[in-house]
Design a protein around this ligand. Structure first.
Ligand SMILES: [Zn+2]
Length: 271
């Protein structure tokens, strides 16, 4: 639908980018509040240094940060460039999803999943944790989106249960073998091998895709994980902190969203 005329296409990209910037700003705030133990829903945004409540002019994504050159208007404290980067990255991810999936229910599902993965990437980078709350939100979302076709077609209860069973089976397709493998590795290595949070993350993501795409995501996340760990350990080997695998899994899922089905079509066409 969005490819009908250049006008519609440009308009859709512009609106999606704007929504992406605002969502990026919201996700930044969500993660900051979770990390610092503040209520996610209550309270107004404030400077993290001087606690001054921020006005509308301080809260425009990207524009505020650039206009104030990354400083608080009231106390001059430095505001991390990370906020800016997350806003821009969210907009880029949102636009890529809408270009790939058009204006469909599937696109909404992918936007929802991507938003959760952005939060998980940030919390995993911050303190090597993947909060269960984000996993639960993702699982609930997957069940809702899996039920969507059955609800739209007004089909039977059986069709709904089958859709949910299918989503759960896809979730387990990669996470269950990984879980068994991690149990064996723990025995052999006599220490924790793969983080439990990563396995739960694979389960949640798996519910949104076919088992073939999930396998593709796993392979890509291993490749990206190795690449990220090289960068990660270059400067921080001495801290001994556990390497956060979440960002690699999230990035691999983005790759899968955009090229996964095409790649699998090519691969199965070989035989
Ligand atoms: Zn301030």
């Amino acid at each position: 639908m969005i490819y009908q005329t250049p006008g519609i296409l440009i308009y859709t990209i512009a609106v999606t980018a704007l929504i992406g910037l605002c969502m990026g700003s919201f996700l930044n705030c969500l993660v900051w509040r979770r990390t610092n133990g503040e209520s996610v829903l209550a309270g107004r945004s404030h400077c993290t240094t001087c606690n001054h409540v921020l006005g509308p002019l301080d809260l425009i994504p990207v524009v505020s940060w650039v206009a104030l050159r990354g400083r608080c208007r009231h106390c001059g404290a430095h505001v991390s460039v990370r906020y800016l980067l997350v806003e821009v990255l969210t907009a880029v991810i949102y636009v890529s999803i809408v270009l790939g999936f058009d204006l469909t229910v599937e696109a909404v599902a992918m936007l929802f999943l991507a938003s959760i993965l952005i939060c998980i990437t940030l919390t995993d980078l911050d303190d090597s944790t993947i909060p269960d709350g984000f996993i639960v939100a993702g699982v609930v979302g997957a069940l809702v989106f899996a039920a969507a076709p059955a609800i739209i077609d007004d089909s039977s209860m059986l069709a709904l249960l089958l859709a949910w069973g299918g989503a759960l089976a896809c979730g387990l397709s990669v996470s269950l073998p990984l879980f068994v493998l991690s149990l064996i590795m723990d025995r052999v290595l006599k220490r924790d091998s793969l983080g439990g949070g990563d396995i739960k993350l694979f389960f949640m993501i798996g519910m949104y895709f076919s088992w073939q795409v999930n396998l593709f995501t796993l392979i890509v996340s291993c490749v990206l994980g190795i690449a990220f760990s090289v960068i990660w350990f270059k400067g921080r080997l001495e801290t001994g902190r556990q390497f956060p695998f979440g960002p690699a899994i999230a990035a691999a899922t983005w790759v899968s969203m955009l090229v996964g089905p095409a790649w699998i079509g090519w691969y199965t066409g070989l035989f």
